[in-house]
Design a protein around this ligand. Structure first.
Ligand SMILES: C[S@@+](CC[C@H](N)C(=O)[O-])C[C@H]1O[C@@H](n2cnc3c(N)ncnc32)[C@H](O)[C@@H]1O
Length: 413
């Protein structure tokens, strides 16, 4: 029988991780399963052993048999891996590592079959091709997968009705009366405007890397005649200084943004660094795995599973609570408060969010080969009909709300 080797695709900012083996060739991390070990278990073990990286999610990509050395065929099973960005620490099985950009030439020391694997995956993950050209890509993330600007007004409006009450309750106890407040990845600015209304003497700035989101936020702020709020484009990885004092912020809010970011550790580091002494960072991020409906609706479960797989395929684990909490500890951040929250979605108006969200992902799911156009239409149709029936209720996303400070600092508020 052809032996099996399980290999991991770890996509970093600079490309896919390869290790240098004693033959001087580049190879994907991974190896042979031990007796009785499942493939994912073997992959996790091998990757920790070979490069010290902990995998927190895997998604099966496919398998093929290759002649790895003359006369020896091996069945290579490939998994896309979600991992917390960190530098590999290679074991003495290898002589180093390299991040290989699949858009460039094949490195001379990479066997052809590995290049073929990457090449095939490159054809599968054609996400960038269906992204509108005006959607900016942060250096540390895949392109933002949802619609933006006025096209997403309906869905973000429902999001606000589902989640704002709990977010406001949590955030409310940390709002400074005066000073500088920043809302990062503010979208259409619902929470930004709420903070400005609640703290009329504070200067509130909302930033988002999409100009279209900012356009909507500005229109709404003008309509509501809120004078202490400003909006501008900005990236979580290049945070601004506060306009008033050219320093940091007394409160930074960041909700449903780390969810879309690969390098969450770096993002959280940046957010904490931008705090004034005694300042508070409030984050709220969800896990998509937390969704369920009563009674169970197949299309609801399929839609959720597909979106989670799409994330993993693109290096994003949408079940991000665990990773955010892990980063908080690795950063040694002070935790002033932590709270799990999970709303109920039961009115027809709120239930529409499920179909709206799925439809926004639909083309990308098809382009990635995760679902056929026929199945995507069926799921979409069932979300509009079966899921919308009066006897079906569902949860919204479970989120983890955190109020954080820099290490060894007391809250100034
Ligand atoms: C799901 S929306 C959340 C909007 C808002 N925070 C809320 O809770 O209503 C995520 C927003 O994050 C923005 N975003 C994603 N990556 C970002 C980045 N690297 N820097 C700044 N904004 C980003 C997107 O453009 C989008 O508007």
């Amino acid at each position: 029988m052809v032996p099996i080797s399980v290999k991991g695709i770890l996509r970093g900012v600079r490309g896919i991780l390869f290790l240098k083996n004693p033959r001087g060739e580049l190879e994907l991390p991974g190896g042979r399963p031990d007796e009785g070990e499942d493939l994912e278990g073997a992959l996790r073990r091998e990757i920790v052993e070979e490069c010290g990286i902990k995998i927190h999610a895997t998604s099966y990509m496919g398998s093929s048999s290759f002649q790895v050395v003359p006369g020896q065929r091996v069945l290579i099973a490939v998994f896309d891996c979600g991992f917390t960005a960190e530098n590999p620490v290679v074991s003495n099985e290898h002589f180093g590592y390299e991040w290989v950009d699949p858009e460039r030439e094949r490195p001379a020391v990479m066997p052809h079959f590995y290049w073929e694997i990457i090449y095939r995956l490159r054809n599968v993950a054609t996400v960038a091709e269906v992204v509108p050209p005006d959607v900016r890509r942060s250096n540390h993330s895949m392109p933002y997968p949802l619609q933006i600007g006025f096209l997403d007004q309906d869905r973000l409006g429902i999001t606000s009705r589902i989640y704002d009450a709990s977010s406001e309750k949590f955030l409310g106890s940390f709002l400074p009366r005066k000073g500088n407040i920043l809302d990062v990845g503010c979208g259409h600015g619902q929470m930004t405007r709420w903070m400005a209304r609640e703290s009329p003497e504070a200067a509130v700035l909302g930033i988002d890397f999409s100009r279209q989101q900012i356009d909507v936020a500005r229109v709404d702020a003008q309509r509501e005649e809120i004078s202490n709020v400003m909006f501008s484009t900005g990236d979580i990885f290049e945070l601004p200084e506060s306009a008033m004092s050219n320093s940091g912020f007394d409160l930074i809010n960041c909700r449903f943004v780390l969810l879309h970011i690969q390098d969450r550790f770096h993002a959280l580091t940046n957010l904490l660094e931008r705090l004034n002494p005694g300042g508070i960072l409030v984050t709220e991020e969800p896990s998509l795995a937390s969704l369920y409906s009563v009674p169970p609706v197949k299309a609801f479960e399929e839609a959720n599973a597909l979106i989670r797989r799409f994330g993993l395929l693109n290096g994003i684990n949408y079940d991000c609570i665990e990773e955010v909490w892990d980063c908080v500890h690795r950063l040694n951040a002070r935790v002033f408060a932590a709270n799990f929250s999970q709303p109920t979605i039961w009115t027809p108006e709120l239930k529409r969010i499920v179909g709206l969200s799925f439809r926004q992902f639909q083309d990308r799911l098809i382009a990635c080969g995760l679902v056929t156009p026929t199945d995507a239409e069926r799921i979409s149709g069932d979300l509009d009909h079966e899921f919308m029936q009066g006897h079906v209720i569902s949860t919204g996303l479970r989120t983890l709300q955190l109020a954080l400070g820099r290490a060894n600092e007391e809250s100034g508020s």
